[in-house]
Design a protein around this ligand. Structure first.
Ligand code: PLP
Length: 357
């Protein structure tokens, strides 16, 4: 019975806007990616030294992250963010990390959240900052940059000008700028937000969409930071595990040569425009905004959180599984987008009738 249920999850995928919280960019069980993994499985999964495939994977990543000189593969987004902070500390000789949000469960980042289980000494060298506006960057970040090893942020939609200003300030003060593109890398554009918004970063971390769901993360860094690896060690037994390397090369090759992200963006723009039209037509204080490949439904009036929950429940009852963010993948064709829009309309009718708004 349980197995049947998990198989049905795959049937549902075309309607699901979760895409496994981001990694699925082509669609579940993509034929080319899975075939590449099967071919590699015949040859072996892990070797004692770096494989040719790891080199090919690194070259593939560097072919889309222009201006970067090296790659280090790890397994999770949190590992890679943590490793990038270590590199920054090794290079600058400073300890302080300025961080805006969630970059994994690791001590450096959890220190600025609830912090339970994180030693006080680590809390002293992690500081929460905000990049919501130029003023907040000036107030919460700039005064600390002379002491900071790095600022690490997950770039949000529409903040290009703020990030370019931040980058300039970082470079004036010797603090490194790390873009956590665990979610946005190879999704909002091949090279992520740093490419879209032309922001000069010292390191970029990515994970989710780079291998269509196979477990691998990566840091790309500026050539001049390579010497960090003479001063610190970042290594991992399964870092270059070849099934994920094969998946990464196949995924990025497809993204590069088959206009996948362009298609996703076009359908995303349509979904966003039509959903916003429906919200407006029904007179509900909801809006969907963000990147076309990963958008967020927001409530425009405070004190009405039930409305968001009600939308979620109604959509689920109509076969559309979604969470706070709507992720799209290439398997969401026009038919799937139409199904989502019909479900949104049906959900809004129920909500309007029930008077929740
Ligand atoms: C922006 C961001 N950074 C880092 C992470 C951590 O990635 P992982 O779960 O692969 O460790 C996440 C996870 O959702 C994330 O959203």
């Amino acid at each position: 019975m349980k197995i049947e249920k998990s198989i049905r999850c795959q049937d549902l995928f075309n309607n699901a806007l979760v895409c496994s919280l981001g990694p699925i960019i082509l669609g579940y069980c993509d034929e080319k990616v899975d075939a590449a993994v099967r071919r590699q499985m015949e040859k072996g999964v892990i070797f004692s030294m770096a494989s040719d495939l790891e080199l090919e994977a690194a070259e593939t990543l560097l072919s889309i992250f222009h201006g970067f000189g090296w790659v280090r593969f790890l397994k999770t987004g949190g590992d890679a963010c943590s490793a990038a902070c270590r590199v920054a500390r090794a290079i600058t000789g400073r300890n302080l990390i300025l961080t805006e949000g969630y970059h994994g469960w690791h001590d450096t980042f959890f220190a600025v959240q609830q912090g339970n289980g994180v030693p006080e000494s680590i809390r002293q060298v992690s500081k929460f900052v905000s990049t919501k506006s130029l003023a907040e960057v000036s107030e919460s970040i700039v005064p600390h940059l002379n002491q900071a090893a790095a600022v690490i942020i997950s770039p949000e939609y529409g903040r290009g000008e703020i990030y370019r200003y931040l980058s300039e300030k970082c470079h004036q003060t010797g603090a490194l700028l790390i873009f956590d593109e665990v979610v946005t890398g190879c999704r909002v554009s091949l090279g992520g937000v740093q490419e879209l918004e032309r922001v000069r970063c010292d390191m970029v971390v990515m994970a989710k969409a780079i291998a269509n769901g196979y477990p691998v993360s990566a840091i790309v860094g500026k050539e001049e930071l390579r010497s960090a690896f003479d001063q610190t060690i970042i290594t991992m037994t399964h870092g270059g595990e070849t099934l994920s390397m094969a998946a990464l090369v196949a995924t990025i090759t497809k993204l590069k040569h088959e206009k996948v992200l362009e298609r996703i963006a076009e359908r995303g723009r349509h979904l966003m425009a039509e959903t916003n039209r429906l919200f407006k037509d029904f007179g509900l204080p909801l809006a969907v905004e963000g990147f076309p490949a990963m958008m967020t439904v927001i409530i425009k009036e405070t004190g009405n959180n039930w409305l968001r929950e009600a939308l979620s429940q109604q959509l689920l009852s109509k076969g559309v599984f979604e969470r706070s963010r709507w992720f799209l993948c290439d398997a969401h064709r026009e038919a799937e987008i139409d199904k989502v829009l019909s479900a949104v309309e049906a959900a809004l009718k129920v909500i309007k009738r029930s008077g929740i708004d």
